[in-house]
Write a protein that binds this ligand. Structure first.
Ligand code: ADP
Length: 348
């Protein structure tokens, strides 16, 4: 496999670190580590579409941030030999903007909408006929002369990415023929990802340092790559020949990441929940108490804390989970049903 960048895209999403992220994106499915079922499925649907001379059905990727949804969209489009237009839910403000994008698509092209759950309702509804019948209504003239004409579109593939499939209306979700959920990565997969990223960045990374990064990266390639970039800087600043385990351990400490892979915000969340053990805390309260956006808590922090048993979600709010009590050295209230368990260290 080659490490060149995927083919050019039309970027409308421009985070600060987009260039760095782009440079680390694998250019082919061979370079994409993990998610074997998802990759196998996609390759099958792509092959079937190509064999049948059809455009690929619309695709919805679901999963927490940084797990590879955008990367997969670029890989699917590359495999199809299609041109990829990238945008995101919140930036499409007017039907007019969307219509402009849709009418530019050529047969088989891919339109990628990140954070698709944040599309405005009228934009989402406007997409229905585009997705299903490849037609849209376009307004012409204004005021008393206003009328609309129905335009036919080339058969394109919409790829949506969302951290919250539950926020998509059912009619919208149902229009995606292919739906894939990405899961957190295993440590050995993350170690493989950072080893490859180190090669792309031209940085020496010792094997046991790669394992340490992998163990603390919350199952997320983006987090692992971010750690690697900072640890490379630590090595450079210290004149160390490589990112060794020792450099990595010190660098992670500088980043506030503890031996369990928890950072300052994770610990703040746990401390807030520990103030009233057993009493559920609502998301909004948690957001105010930690000065963090509720959507960031829900999308970025909580999934890991819940999966690892630090936090438990109840119908009335969040409470500490067994590992949360254990970590903070507090006894769970008897009625909570949570008992500290000795699971050994998942993070050793
Ligand atoms: P998402 O769109 O889900 O937020 P991205 O696709 O932007 O995530 O991935 C974030 C970063 O992690 C990118 O630099 C990407 O190259 C890397 N990455 C994600 N998944 C993988 C993977 N399976 N193999 C290699 N690198 C990955």
């Amino acid at each position: 496999m080659s490490d060149e960048h995927p083919r050019a895209v039309t970027p409308t999403r421009a985070p600060e670190d987009a260039a760095a992220e782009q440079s680390l994106r694998p250019a082919s499915f061979e370079g994409f580590v993990g998610q074997p079922r998802v990759v196998r499925n996609l390759q099958t649907w792509i092959k079937a579409a190509q064999t049948g001379g059809r455009s690929l059905d619309h695709v919805l990727f679901t999963g927490p941030p940084g797990l590879g949804k955008t990367t997969l969209a670029t890989l699917v489009s590359g495999e199809l030999g299609a041109e990829l237009t990238m945008t995101s839910g919140p930036v499409i403000e007017r039907v007019h903007d969307l219509a402009g994008m849709l009418t530019k698509l050529k047969r088989g092209d891919v339109l990628f909408i990140d954070e698709i759950h944040r599309l405005r309702t009228h934009i989402e509804e406007y997409l229905y006929s585009a997705m299903e019948d490849f037609r849209i209504d376009v307004a012409i003239d204004e005021g008393a002369y206003a009328r609309s004409v129905s335009l036919s579109l080339e058969r394109f593939t919409l790829i949506g990415a969302t951290t919250r499939a539950g926020l998509l209306s059912k009619p919208f979700r149902d229009r995606f023929g292919i739906q894939e959920r990405l899961r957190a990565y295993e440590e050995r997969e993350l170690a493989q990802i950072v080893r490859r990223s180190a090669r792309v960045l031209g940085c020496e990374l010792d094997d046991d340092a790669a394992l340490l990064i992998a163990a603390r990266a919350r199952g997320t390639p983006r987090v692992a790559n971010r750690f690697l970039a900072r640890l490379r800087d630590v090595a450079l600043a210290e004149g160390a020949p490589s990112v060794s385990r020792e450099v990595a351990a010190r660098g992670l400490e500088m980043l506030g990441v503890d031996a369990h892979g928890l950072d300052d915000m994770d610990r703040r969340i746990l401390e807030v929940l520990a103030q009233s053990p057993g009493t559920p805390v609502g998301l909004k309260t948690l957001a105010v108490a930690t000065s963090e956006e509720d959507s960031t808590i829900e999308d970025v922090y909580e999934p890991y804390l819940i999966v690892r048993g630090y936090v438990r979600k109840t119908a009335r709010g969040r409470v500490l989970g067994p590992r949360g009590y254990e970590l903070l050295g507090i006894d769970p209230p008897a009625e909570s049903g949570a008992s500290p368990t000795k699971q050994g260290s998942l993070f050793a």
